[in-house]
Write a protein that binds this ligand. Structure first.
Ligand code: ADP
Ligand code: MG
Length: 236
């Protein structure tokens, strides 16, 4: 996926100010920056639930959205994991994971079983979300997002609702599963530590712009300016 020069203003203020990014299969690109810098707006534009003022998005060389043309969200082959994008409480684990799937009942069931096996939650298939721990719900949410085989996964602070003690384990598990599926990931976070742990590539964002982009080690050890130094040290 190639994102070119996205711009979005609210009330005359450019909250996304010329963002370009590329997301590769099997790679985690992390959009890292302080609260309010425009990360979620960028993700929402890519997901197709927010409109940009200008800029384009291409997948495998074909245009999925510019200011005149727009592939609707459900046809973008994008998986979503947002902090407040919870499981459906009235659906079982099976119902949740099957939700975005097409095909007949047996095909859906087979894919649900495959995904539950992948996240090691097979024996929970008939349970309901309220019967699961936070970590277990997270795994089901991952299975649900990956079940339709999205080409790209968009994750907006997906671990921030989790207990500190669980978080590292779930981050590592999630990363391993995403790598197995070879999905390209755009992960949004305001936590440098999370970006360092999960990213293949970090895009550091501030005031709507990407101020630095590169391998985690390089971004961390060679900050481009004082604000970046402050961001990395304050946040820790
Ligand atoms: P982040 O995810 O980095 O914390 P956001 O993309 O959520 O940042 O928000 C960036 C800025 O845009 C914030 O100042 C926010 O208040 C503003 N903003 C986001 N969505 C809207 C909206 N629908 N209307 C007006 N302002 C918005
Ligand atoms: Mg946000």
């Amino acid at each position: 996926m190639e994102i070119r020069n996205l711009v979005r203003s609210f009330g005359g203020r450019r909250v996304v100010d010329g963002v370009s990014l590329s997301i590769q299969p099997g790679q985690v690109t992390c959009l890292l920056g302080p609260s309010g810098c425009g990360k979620s707006t960028t993700l929402r534009i890519i997901a197709g639930v927010e409109m940009q003022d200008s800029g384009e998005i291409h997948v495998d060389g074909s245009l999925i959205c510019d200011t005149r043309f727009r592939v609707p969200p459900e046809r973008r082959e994008i998986g979503l994991m947002f902090q407040d994008f919870a499981l459906f409480p009235h659906l079982s684990v099976e119902g949740n994971v099957a939700y975005g799937l097409s095909g007949n009942r047996d095909e859906k069931r087979a894919r649900v079983e495959e995904m539950l096996d992948r996240v090691r939650m097979s024996r929970f298939i008939d349970m309901f979300p309220h019967q699961l721990s936070g970590g277990e719900q997270q795994r089901i949410a991952l299975a649900r997002a990956l079940a339709p085989r999205p080409r790209i996964m968009l994750m907006d602070e997906p671990f921030s609702g989790l207990d500190n003690r669980l978080r590292d384990g779930i981050r590592d598990e999630t990363l391993a599963i995403l790598k197995e599926e070879d999905t390209g990931v755009l992960l949004v976070t305001h936590e440098p530590e999370e970006a360092m742990r999960m990213a293949d590539e970090i895009a550091l964002m501030r005031n709507g712009r990407i101020v630095q982009q590169g391998a985690p080690y390089n971004v961390y050890t060679r900050p481009v300016d004082r604000a970046s130094v402050a961001f990395f040290s304050d946040a820790n």
